[in-house]
Design a protein around this ligand. Structure first.
Ligand code: FES
Ligand SMILES: [Fe+2]
Length: 398
């Protein structure tokens, strides 16, 4: 996008400075209402393409649960912005990621979302064959082409990290610091990294996964997750469990703050009944509390005493986002076949309520009434910092 397009797209610099200032300090701002992004930021394919390139493809994206790749040869095909990526477990049990592009003439190696190979990835077009480290190991007539370097012509690697039991990839040639971008987001929210370490997320097991196909722009979903002004209106079950949410102040509003369970609430379940065994490594201060973390652009982590809920978003169009939500419990809870329905039902309802609200909002983004955007109330002012973050990433220079 050109600078002019960007300038026309959104708040003026003065408005932005104002909203950012309001966000930085949590004291009462000069004005109650701070502008949102203009409507076309949620509908314009050019902005969506710029976000794919300069946000999704430029940063770390959480693409799979490491346990989804359990055996050597297990792979997942995932979309990272405009790039298709294959994530595969090697014979050495290391997880690697490659661009899903055959180095011969570009056919996609894997088209299934997940699968299992023995020890190689073979292109179905002319049968160029790669081992699980990406090296070219066979091709028709390859012995007649001794000058072909098997590493140079091997699969193009994508940067990989494992954290919280998840596989994170970055398709950028020079990935930004994982510590700053991903772990830093958690530290900014919780105050330190030990607070999340206590949940031992990497030791938890997947008990349930629900996928949502949301007809809204990904930013509406992030903004919704960041605020709780809507909690009293659309989340009756959640506000029953976390009464302070009825006041409209999200747990994310304050560094290190967790929302406390109501006095009569026994667990983070749809009816407040008891949940499951508490994660034993938690601090007492983390008991009976809910913490929410946004790791931009597309991960939400929700921490409660007996389980962890992880949302991963994949923007697919300006008005469509896929969300995969995992519920993770202690291994003994999952292995015992304990009934986790009431736990899962609480956040599944929250998700359904939130996504319905986002879908209700999306059509109005193209209304002439919303051409200059809407308003953030004081308990939403911190969302302006997210808008600033998006704008800064899309603004030249690269
Ligand atoms: S395109 Fe893959 S082998 Fe030819
Ligand atoms: Fe919500």
């Amino acid at each position: 996008m050109t600078e002019t397009e960007l300038a026309e797209s959104t708040m003026t610099e003065t408005e932005l400075a104002e909203s950012t200032r309001n966000t930085a300090a949590l004291e009462r701002p000069a004005a109650s209402l701070v502008p949102t992004l203009a409507g076309h930021w949620y509908t314009d394919p050019a902005i969506f393409a710029a976000e794919q390139e300069r946000i999704v493809e430029a940063g770390w994206v959480c693409v799979a649960l490491a346990a989804d790749l359990d055996a050597p040869g297990a792979y997942r095909t995932v979309q990272v912005g405009r790039e298709s990526v294959v994530v595969v477990k090697g014979r050495d049990r290391a997880i690697r990621a490659f661009f899903n592009v055959c180095r011969h003439r570009g056919a996609q190696l894997c088209v299934e979302p997940a699968g299992q190979v023995r020890n190689k990835l073979q292109c179905p077009y002319h049968a160029w064959t790669y081992d699980l480290t990406g090296k070219l190991i066979a091709a028709p007539n390859l012995t007649e082409m001794p000058d072909v370097d098997r590493v140079v012509n091997g699969l193009a690697a994508v940067a990989v990290r494992e954290w919280l039991g998840y596989v994170w990839v970055c398709v950028a040639p020079e990935p930004p610091s994982f510590e700053d971008e991903v772990i830093g987001a958690v530290v900014t929210r919780l105050g330190d990294v030990e607070s999340i370490d206590h949940y031992g997320v990497e030791n938890l097991r997947l008990a349930r996964r629900i996928s949502y196909d949301v007809r809204s722009n990904w930013k509406l979903i992030v903004e919704n997750f960041m605020e709780c002004y809507h909690c009293a209106t659309i989340h009756p079950e959640l506000t029953e469990v976390l009464p302070e949410f009825a006041d409209g102040y999200a747990a994310q509003y304050y560094v290190g703050h967790g929302a406390e369970f109501g006095a009569a609430v026994e667990g983070f379940t749809v009816d407040g009944s008891a949940g499951h065994a508490r994660i034993p490594t938690l601090d007492d201060a983390q008991d009976r509390k809910y913490f929410a973390i946004t790791i931009r652009p597309g991960v939400f982590v929700n921490l409660v005493p007996d389980h962890v809920i992880v949302h991963r978003m994949t923007p697919v169009a300006a008005d469509r986002t896929l969300v995969e939500c995992d519920w993770l419990f202690l291994p003994e809870v999952v292995e015992s076949g304990a009934d986790v329905d009431r736990s899962v039902e609480l956040f599944h309802r929250v998700n359904s309520q939130d996504f319905a609200a986002c879908e209700r909002t999306q059509p109005a983004m193209s209304s002439r009434v919303y051409a200059n955007g809407g308003n953030l109330v004081p308990s939403e002012h911190h969302i302006a910092e997210f808008h600033h973050w998006v704008r800064a990433r899309l603004s030249p220079p690269r």
